[in-house]
Design a protein. Sequence first.
Length: 129
Amino acid sequence: MTSAARRPAGELESAVLEALWAAAEPMTVRDVRTALGGNLARTTITTILSRLHVKGVLRRTRSGRGYAYSPVVEDQAALSAGRMHKELDKSGAERPSVLARFVSDLNANDERLLRVLLEQAGHADEPTS
């Protein structure tokens, strides 16, 4: 495969996750490969599933000589939110600055939505430190 024909970074991981989210039960490498059209090598699917497992995105259970995989979170929104929390946790003492930068870069619609969501969550009236 030439580099021009390669998928953009993360596209295959996203496709694998979409297949797993759509499944009613854990999927084996074979199941995932079939769900993605059967054109990818088994080793490619195995690598992607293993990487997602190491990242903590998938859980795996024994299924015969291999594993069956299922997502840890229920959808893309939960996955993205988890990544945002991890980044905030890594920011340490810079957390207030990171949050301030994030909020200052929001467009007006996202800022309004964030305010509504904070009010709904009961956080709008909490004191800041």
